[in-house]
Design a protein around this ligand. Sequence first.
Ligand code: GCV
Length: 718
Amino acid sequence: MPRFALLRLLLPMMVGLLCAPAAAEDGYDLWLRYRTVEPQWQEGYRTAATAIVVEGESPTLAAARAELERGLAGLLGRPVPTTPEAAGDGAIILGTPRSSPLIAGLGLPLDRLGPEGYLIRSITLGGRRAMVIAGRSDVGVLYGAFRLLRLIQTRQPIDALDLAEAPRLERRLLNHWDNLDRSVERGYAGLSLWDWQKLPHFRDPRYTDYARANASIGINGTVLNNVNSNADILTPQFLEKVAALADVFRPYGIRVYLSARFNAPMAIGGLETADPLDPRVRAWWRAKSDEIYRRIPDFGGFLVKANSEGQPGPQDFGRSHADGANMLAEAVEPHGGIVMWRAFVYSDEVPTDRAAQAYDEFKPLDGEFRPNVIVQVKNGPIDFQPREPFHPLFGAMPRTPLMMELQITKEYLGFATHLVYLGTMWEEVLDADTHAQGEGSTVARVIDGSLDDYAHTGMAGVANIGNDRNWSGSQFDQANWYAYGRLAWDPDVTAGAIAGEWARMTWSNDPQVLEPIVGMMMDSHQAVVDYMTPLGLHHLMATGHHYGPGPWVDDLERADWNPVYFHRADREGIGFDRTASGSNSVSRYAPEVAARFGDAGTVPEEFLLWFHHLPWDHRMAGGRTLWDELVARYTRGVTAVAGMRQAWAALAPHVDAQRHAEVSDFLLIQQEEAQWWRDACLAYFQSLSRRPFPEGYAPPAHDLEYYKAIRTPYAPGN
Ligand code: GCV
């Protein structure tokens, strides 16, 4: 073959290789991808990390060693030895003062780290450069190992380190709404990870990867089963399976917890009552707790949804939430367990305003709970809506530890296919000022215990994890799992910083890729609020599955299941009057907050219609009428999604093909659905406002009847 012919044949392949995007990826590796760093970083990292020396033996220290071995081999592009003999200049030394005389002898300031903190310091040892990763406990060391890997994954220098960190919250938990048949309530990522039928004997390696991912962001507990719980989880048959999972998670610092069905003594215990003051019931729970702790000595405790949405609870027996929680707390207390009692109460009778119900029920109980009870409060007073003001209980229960519950899974935010980064939403609520003890009494300071000196602190995130290859149902939903963990560790990290970290580790450190991705993430929550529920509207979604718009729904059994109850739109105006002239639920906030929210002139625009019912021609700060503003906001949301699609399309040459294609397809779904939301809601609201569309804004493509007729009977997660 003539030489030029060969060249002609090879040239396209050579060009292809040079321009080829990264190898195919499916998202399984999450943010722990450990791809080799760019050549310009290799030399520096390799000299600063020449060997891994773990001082001491324990399953947790072994996990730290294994993670560093795996991570550094990937990142540095070559294996890093782990034998003490290999230790020379640049060794990484890990351990605790208890596991290692060497570390004990270094006199490191570990005391202020608490039980889970870590310190990473560059030192000189016997004339050689070294890096020490130390903690007071093995799990602190493990967290430090992950931190070092994160530094490299995000291309930070590691040759002169002096870092110390400890988690701000004690309990950093995932709440799985997983049923025993492996369906997941509000789950959009496949089946439950927990393969109960094959447990305890088959311990899917994926359980370990789940634990690694959680430990990498500091999550230290997992509630395995749905809060709408099945008492069978407490039978010996299932407890054996739970114990197997606990064994897998333990080395990673993760304790298991269970959702307890309040009437379990009746359902599986043969009693005819579950009255928390009945001695037989109390004895049953004590014996059950003893049994659990015999199997799982580090069992975390119980999570309970009681007297809410049909779940049994103490009120069925004429007792209070405190009576119920205290009975369980007494049962686990000898073992060091806790009870997380949910404040998402939602009575069978329609209250005046659901936004006030939890407050009215729990505020009078402040100080009535045993010390090992934490009351778990959702971020907002209704139910994980696209945007809610902070829950009025935050700051209102100084004598009861409150933990915050966030929903990582996107029940009301477009399920898995809408790209919505929740970090910004959570940051907004954590930064909100409750004014409970004057200015600066942020929700973050309530839940980290610093405001009221809580004995226990915590955060719970309703998991978005299932057995889909990519874990979360979409590549970008992994960011919400990540962001949740990071905020539970430190509620003051900014959403922007978290997005940057995650994007670097999950996609690329190349600014050309990073900047557009972070930009998309940071704008995405406002976009979904705009195209679903702008200006403080809420609960406009279709019935049951909550997929798609249904603002017209008015025929459900209970008034407060109907979207019309929440938006109250009519010929004259729109919005829920929660001021003194309406339900007055605004009065549950501290006076400064109540005054600001309660005045249509001072309430932040994003909560305008949450608190106020206003005429369609109400003048907005920007000069538009309320109707025109509504149209503009809905339209802005759709336009933002189109912008995300464009930004993502431009990244095709820089992102591996499989993940790129998946995100592209999902963005197309999101764009179509954003349009559907806008058009359906505006068609409906216009049928009431009877106002024209402002100039330059297209009317909906179809008439209202078209949107009303859309049915999605098999939507997931229901
Ligand atoms: C687990 C909402 C969800 C329910 C969920 C409930 C809760 O109402 O739609 O699926 O039940 O919140 O948080 O208990």
